[in-house]
Design a protein around this ligand. Structure first.
Ligand code: NDP
Length: 342
């Protein structure tokens, strides 16, 4: 019995692979190139329970056919994490919307074609971006919860890359629930969506700490490399530690109570000021080198906008998430160590 994880070399996925291997699952991952696949297998010590397949582009609707043709009967669990998460793009449809949507449609159709009787559970890495309404983010009277949907349309989400990314996650998740509704009698799998807010935390392997990190960790990396007089970037959003997001993916398929649920993985809301407060308090090496801003004016101390209510998710998952201090401390210390500053 194997677990298949798409985009296994991604920031979040590497932590999922780590937990799966620690729990003795047989894991088949996908990456876009042989080089990325080989690097990842090597990083996991060429663990005999871990193998990789190449899926070059999830925009192609038959991208996963060869994987499920080859292993279909052995795969019981599918974790679909692959999806573009980047704002530095030139074409909203080509670079974000189509790969996100076709990735979901493609993998579910491949299961239908080759593993309808064997795959029991599918966990889709969706996002809180699929749930919240950007226009209500600063509205203190608004509340988002597990029932919420981003109201974006394919057309109106294309005003910029951030909106297009949020749209891409909405259309992809929507397609998954629709697929299941339409194929209830053909496939046997049950679906759970994981909807994380911004994910911080250490890279799985120190070697992957580069000058530029994955989109969410780059928020923290960027702050560490600002000068005291630099403008503090604007940001207000939820935060969660990557190790908790990874764990949530496992609990999502291990428990029956999570079947059919959308799980908001969030510990709280923060601004760049909250992150700067942790960096300035906990890293003497950064004293006088990064902005201080106005300490204690961030979202930790004030209600700055809409409320995120994930009480239901926390109850279903049944484990405690790491707080902002721990996740920022671990993100920053890995970066500072890699630069020889700690
Ligand atoms: P990463 O960029 O580290 O991982 C994304 C993965 O998807 C990589 O393996 C990437 O391959 C793969 N991928 C992207 N586009 C394609 C494509 N066209 N064809 C094949 N593979 C592709 O991001 P994260 O780990 O942060 O994100 C993983 C998932 O979590 C995504 O679905 C994202 O939307 C979701 N998410 C992330 C959050 C965060 O804050 N990090 C918050 C909420 C949800 P390659 O490495 O080759 O580019």
């Amino acid at each position: 019995m194997s677990v298949f994880i798409s985009g296994a070399n991604g920031f979040i996925a590497q932590h999922i692979v780590d937990l799966l291997l620690k729990e003795d699952y047989k894991v088949i991952g996908s990456a876009r190139s042989q080089e990325k696949a080989d690097d990842l297998m090597k990083a996991f010590g060429n663990n005999p329970n871990f193998s990789m397949e190449i899926v070059p582009d999830i925009s192609k609707l038959d991208a996963f056919d060869s994987v499920f043709q080859k292993y279909g009967k052995d795969i019981k669990i599918v974790l679909h994490t692959a999806s573009p998460f980047c704002f530095d793009i030139t074409d909203n449809e080509r670079d974000l919307l189509i790969p996100a949507l076709n990735g979901v449609k493609g993998i579910l159709n491949s299961i239908k074609k080759y593993a309808a009787d064997s795959v029991d559970r599918v966990v889709l890495t969706s996002s809180f971006a699929a749930m919240f309404d950007i226009s209500k983010e600063s509205d203190k009277s608004a509340t988002f919860n597990e029932e919420s949907w981003n109201p974006a349309t394919w057309e109106n989400c294309q005003v910029d890359a951030v909106n297009a990314y949020c749209g891409s996650k909405k259309f992809a998740e929507e397609a998954a629930w629709k697929f299941l509704e339409e194929n209830r009698n053909v496939v046997k799998f049950q679906l759970t969506a994981i909807n994380p807010v911004y994910v911080f935390g250490p890279q799985m392997f120190d070697k992957d700490v580069k000058r530029h990190l994955n989109t969410s960790c780059e928020f923290v990396n960027n702050l560490i490399h600002l000068s005291p007089e630099d403008k503090i970037p604007e940001f207000y959003g939820g935060y969660i530690d990557v190790r908790d997001v990874a764990k949530a993916h496992l609990v999502a398929f291990q428990k029956n109570e999570t079947i059919g649920q959308r799980l908001i993985i969030s510990e709280g809301r923060c601004t760049m000021q909250d992150i700067l407060d942790v960096l300035n308090d906990d890293f003497p090496v950064l004293k006088g080198k990064i902005p201080v801003g106005k300490p204690k004016t961030g979202a930790t101390y004030n209600t700055l906008g809409a409320t995120l209510d994930n009480t239901k998710t926390k109850k279903l998952l049944g484990f405690k998430f790491r707080n902002l201090k721990e996740t920022i401390d671990d993100t920053a210390s890995q970066i500072l160590k890699s630069e020889g500053k700690l």
